[in-house]
Design a protein around this ligand. Structure first.
Ligand code: G6Q
Length: 550
């Protein structure tokens, strides 16, 4: 475990970047017309074009050296083999075992975890088939039409994103709903649209102690019991996904209707586990299996391919280059498939909760290098008409990952070509920009002359030189989506390793929870609050007065 700044490759990279930093991406493309051939890579149905990064042929060996010196290969082996690399929680990190479709044993504390994984998957398959076929009936004998997943964070974002992304494969009868926030507006809205006799609730919580989820689950149960007056009917309409059998039973869900997972599955890495039950229900067990297979293919690629041709390694290294050497503070994820509109939010949690840390694996404060970037985004084409202005001409640069599929089966002509023309145009624009000379020629051709031309000219210049990656897949399918998600999971691993972080804990979410618990009591009490700072006291007291209409 080493501070990366102390590695020889870090120093070498610094020297190298200083030497090439004056070169504009245009210069690099002019000097190396073969950049597409040189700097693209295909794996698991994905093409990664990384030629529009500020790199030369000399950059990659140094990046690879950095990955090697950081101990990436050893740590990768330790993760796949079930060692407890999540050191602050003393846990293994084994989302890869959940999609280990070859079934080779994976040992944790001397026990092979594969039989338990397979047993839960078989339970999920049986249950999903019964709901989808109509064999499973609600308490009145009607078939299930609506599924409400109650969960938050890792128990929400993954299944929600996948069900949206692959909606083309969805069961025509089953309507999916996702309740995450504790703002009652959301669950109430869902409950107003569903029928208790035909609705299945999935209470998804690894710990089964999460306040938002349990509050929503209790609201749903109350609503259900008020409507049916039949506690025995709960068994037909409520199932749980959790690691906590005791709490599930205490909630009133039969353990036979509980789908188990384990402490070595991190929340934001859990869609491959029973947390993926909404996916199996909505898309079917075969498509869920295909999603796992796509991710497994990427796992194999990551585990077995030399670092130089390894897609997650490359993507991670380029992220390090852009974050630590070109100092881009954020990474925009810009998908041009509308169905991937929640993919950026999913990646935001994956990346920011994993590598948003400033204490390293040795417990030392990280002082001399930047860690995880801010990850953000939504549908790329909408972004073009909103925040892309800042990306093109704002005072600070952003690095970008563009993602699209070649085929858009539900997009009638001429939608597909228009969409893709924009997709290609944007990465070209970010690379090339538009020079003063080009603007001058353009404005002159438009008939502008003299003062009018000079006045407008500076506003129309684009600096360009923004680094971007482009990921293309043939079509958005369970396999390609599985590979895409796993690509980013391993990218996060690569960066966490180089930054010497534990990417698998999330202590940063604790403080707000602790404070909220205490404030909740204060909101009920009648006397004014005085124990906080002036702002927090003032806000709480203002809220209480206004709420009571005082
Ligand atoms: C993910 C985080 C977090 C977690 C939620 C829900 O890695 O740990 O997002 O998934 O807080 O937790 P439960 O599943 O325990 O309700």
């Amino acid at each position: 475990m080493t501070n990366p700044v102390k590695l020889p490759a870090w120093t070498a990279l610094k020297t190298h970047v200083t030497a090439i930093s004056d070169l504009h991406l245009r210069d690099l493309f002019a000097a190396e017309p073969q950049r597409f051939e040189l700097f693209t890579l295909e794996a698991c149905g994905l093409l990664l074009d990384y030629s529009k990064n500020r790199i030369t042929k000399a950059t990659l060996p140094i990046l690879t050296q950095l990955a090697r010196e950081s101990g990436l290969e050893e740590r990768r082996t330790r993760m796949f083999s079930g060692e407890k690399i999540n050191s602050t929680e003393n846990r293994a990190v084994l989302h890869t075992a959940l999609r280990n479709i070859t079934n080779t044993p994976v040992m944790v504390d001397g026990i092979d975890v594969m039989p338990a994984i397979n047993a839960v998957r078989e339970h999920m398959t049986r249950f999903a088939n019964a709901i989808r076929s109509g064999e499973w009936k609600g308490h009145t004998g009607e078939i299930i039409t609506d599924i409400v997943n109650i969960g938050i964070g890792g128990s929400d974002l993954g299944p929600l994103m996948v069900c949206r992304a692959l909606h083309r494969f969805a069961h025509p009868r089953l309507k999916m709903h996702f309740a995450s926030t504790v703002d009652g507006d959301q669950i109430t809205g869902i409950l107003s649209r569903v029928n208790p006799a035909t609705t299945l609730f999935i209470v998804a919580s690894k710990t089964f102690t999460t306040q938002e989820t349990l509050t929503n689950a209790h609201t749903a149960r109350r609503w259900f019991l008020e409507a049916t007056g039949n506690p025995a009917a709960i068994a037909k309409h409520f199932v749980a996904v959790s690691t906590n059998t005791e709490a599930v039973t205490a909630f009133g869900i039969d353990p036979a209707n509980m789908f188990e997972f384990w402490d070595w599955v991190g929340g934001r890495y859990s869609l491959w586990s029973a947390i993926g039950l909404p996916i199996a229900l909505c898309l079917g067990p075969d498509n869920f299996q295909a999603l796992l297979a796509g991710a497994h293919a990427m796992d194999r690629h990551f585990a077995e391919t030399p670092l130089e041709r390894n897609m997650p390694v490359l993507l991670g290294q380029l992220g390090i280059l852009n974050r630590n050497f070109y100092h881009f503070p954020s990474l925009l994820i810009s998908p041009y498939n509308q169905a991937l509109d929640r993919f950026p939010s999913y990646l935001q949690q994956l990346d920011m909760e994993s590598n948003g840390k400033s204490v390293d694996l040795d417990g030392l404060r990280v002082k001399d290098y930047e860690t995880g970037p801010i990850v953000w985004g939504d549908s790329g084409i909408n972004g073009q008409h909103a925040y892309y202005q800042l990306l093109h001409q704002g005072s600070q640069g952003v690095s970008i990952d563009f993602i699209a599929s070649i085929e858009h089966p539900d997009s009638p002509s001429p939608h597909g070509p228009i969409l893709m023309a924009n997709f290609f145009a944007q990465s070209e624009a970010f690379m090339r920009g538009k020079t003063e000379e080009e603007v001058r020629i353009e404005l002159t051709a438009q008939g502008l002359r003299g003062e009018a031309l000079e006045k407008l000219l500076p506003h129309k210049i684009f600096e360009g030189n923004r680094p971007t990656n482009t990921i293309l897949m043939q079509t958005l399918s369970p396999e390609s989506l599985g590979a895409l998600i796993a690509l980013y999971e391993h990218k996060v691993f690569v960066q966490g390793t180089i930054w010497n972080l534990n990417s698998y804990d999330q202590w940063g979410v604790e403080l707000g929870k602790q404070l909220a618990k205490a404030i909740e009591q204060e909101l009920i009490a009648s006397e004014p609050v005085t124990r906080h700072d002036a702002s927090t006291n003032g806000l709480i007291n203002y809220y209480k007065q206004r709420l009571l209409g005082a």
